[in-house]
Design a protein around this ligand. Structure first.
Ligand SMILES: CC(=O)SCCNC(=O)CCNC(=O)[C@H](O)C(C)(C)COP(=O)(O)OP(=O)(O)OC[C@H]1O[C@@H](n2cnc3c(N)ncnc32)[C@H](O)[C@@H]1OP(=O)(O)O
Length: 415
């Protein structure tokens, strides 16, 4: 079960971090993350922070911690929700383990509640940190590597429409509508503003490894035709080693379109490997690749951590794959308003989630409900793992059927 809230050291105060302190906040973040960014990147981070909801931890006047939230929208089953993207969480090395992060998150959660934001999400620097605050693994990713020293063997015929390279400057305008359409079909995707496309996807220099080429964008479908898919990648070529294609994003409207784009990535001259980080766990490539020794999953990891800040609103604002009528007893140590037995019912008449005195059919922690929310984890698996308690036989199976999604939830936008 989730741990109890961490008591905060009384000496620390938590309040809004004003714009005038953005430079102090960045200095603190670079100290905590061991980074020394160039002026251009620092300016970009400052601009991002300017658009955030920000909380600081103060020891007297000294800023000793920050946490911020970007104003995102996340696709959820059947729709989308406003979803603050929690980022730049850091505490001065002199003030760690004194409840600074706990206090800042409590303040941030209160600010999210005031703005009627029902969920929040983050990427964790260390997986162990955020479960205690009620975050669960909302989406997962896998790293896929293709041995492209030989032609990619496929079990399906690739789409034979023409491929064309787009300039990074023009690409967002051409990709955005296509991305938005595919985003609606997969929970866990973040809406990309024009600025996000330009700065996070099309930046000339890779933020983490400057030895990569600028982004290359290849689209399937001739000029004037509707787009059938796209891939964004960067390459790296070292003197003695075979070159690498790092595939950052690939979206396609059909399996054949995806096959054409994977085949393209695996045939870039002077390269012998494709590495695609953060692919969906149910990427069709893993099925239509003819040789799974050639296409291998080399890592799997939690991607987006999700927090249900307002369980009721979150459950009312997603769709359900099957009828359900169950009493859920959710435990939430940090936001008690979410705790206690509630009846979740979904029928052709609509969805309801209301407090009840009826006995619970299923008990679980809010972090585990968050893991199930986008369809990535099933309540039956939670029961099998000893993380949820089934009081009524079959309750977990009923909830699993209701929360099921056609596609595994997936997030590739880091923040
Ligand atoms: C969303 C993001 O931005 S992810 C990036 C997170 N930031 C970083 O990794 C930068 C470097 N690290 C830091 O700045 C800090 O150590 C933080 C932000 C991770 C934690 O801040 P702190 O103020 O020390 O956390 P706080 O004192 O509130 O700890 C709350 C609980 O989490 C636990 N905890 C905090 N960090 C960690 C960790 N890295 N590993 C294990 N447990 C942790 C604490 O032990 C504590 O539990 P306890 O009271 O039961 O012992």
């Amino acid at each position: 079960m989730e741990s109890r809230p961490t008591p905060c050291t009384p000496a620390l105060k938590f309040r809004e971090l004003p714009e005038s302190e953005l430079d102090r906040a960045l200095d603190l973040a670079y100290l905590a993350f061991h980074e020394k960014p160039e002026a251009e990147l620092r300016a970009h981070h400052k601009e991002l922070l300017r658009g955030c909801t920000r909380v600081g931890a103060y020891d007297g006047d000294a800023l000793v911690g920050t946490v911020s939230a970007l104003p995102f929208t996340l696709s959820v089953p059947g729709g989308e929700l406003p979803c603050p993207g929690v980022t730049f969480a850091c505490v001065a090395p002199t003030h760690r383990r004194r409840g600074a992060l706990s206090g800042m998150l409590a303040e941030l959660f209160a600010r999210c509640a005031a703005q009627d934001w029902p969920i929040a999400a983050l990427w964790a620097s260390e997986a162990v940190i955020y479960g205690r605050f009620g975050f669960g693994e909302g989406t997962r990713g896998v790293t896929v590597e293709i041995d492209s020293a030989r032609p990619l063997a496929l079990r399906i015929a690739p789409d034979d429409r023409p491929l064309r390279l787009l300039s990074p400057a023009d690409a967002p305008a051409q990709l955005a509508a296509f991305y938005d359409r595919t985003r609606a079909g997969r929970p866990g995707r973040i809406a990309r503003s024009r600025a996000w496309w330009a700065e996070e996807w099309m930046a000339e220099k890779d933020e983490e490894d400057a030895s990569f080429s600028p982004p290359r964008v290849v689209a399937l479908g001739g000029p004037g035709e509707p787009l059938a898919g796209y891939a964004i990648y960067r390459t790296k070529r070292e003197d003695d080693a075979p070159g690498l294609v790092r595939l950052d994003d690939l979206e396609a409207e059909t399996p054949a379109a995806a096959a054409a784009l994977w085949q393209y990535a695996a045939s870039v001259d002077l390269t012998a490997k494709v590495r695609a980080w953060g692919r969906p766990v149910d990427d069709p490539l893993l099925l239509f690749a003819a040789d799974r020794d050639q296409v291998r999953v080399t890592a799997g990891f939690p991607a987006l951590w999700l927090r249900l800040l307002d369980v009721r609103t979150a459950l009312l604002r997603r769709s359900y794959a099957a009828p359900v009528d169950l009493v859920l007893d959710v435990h939430d140590a940090h936001l008690p308003v979410n705790s206690g037995p509630h009846r979740l019912s979904c029928s052709p008449r609509g969805v309801a989630y209301e407090p009840t005195h009826d006995p619970a059919d299923l008990s679980l922690a809010v972090r585990d409900l968050a893991a199930c929310y986008l369809g990535g984890t099933s309540p039956t698996a939670l029961v099998r793992a000893g993380l949820a308690t089934e009081h009524t036989p079959g309750a977990a199976e009923t909830l699993t059927a209701a929360l099921r999604t056609d596609h595994a939830p997936h997030t590739v936008d880091g923040f």
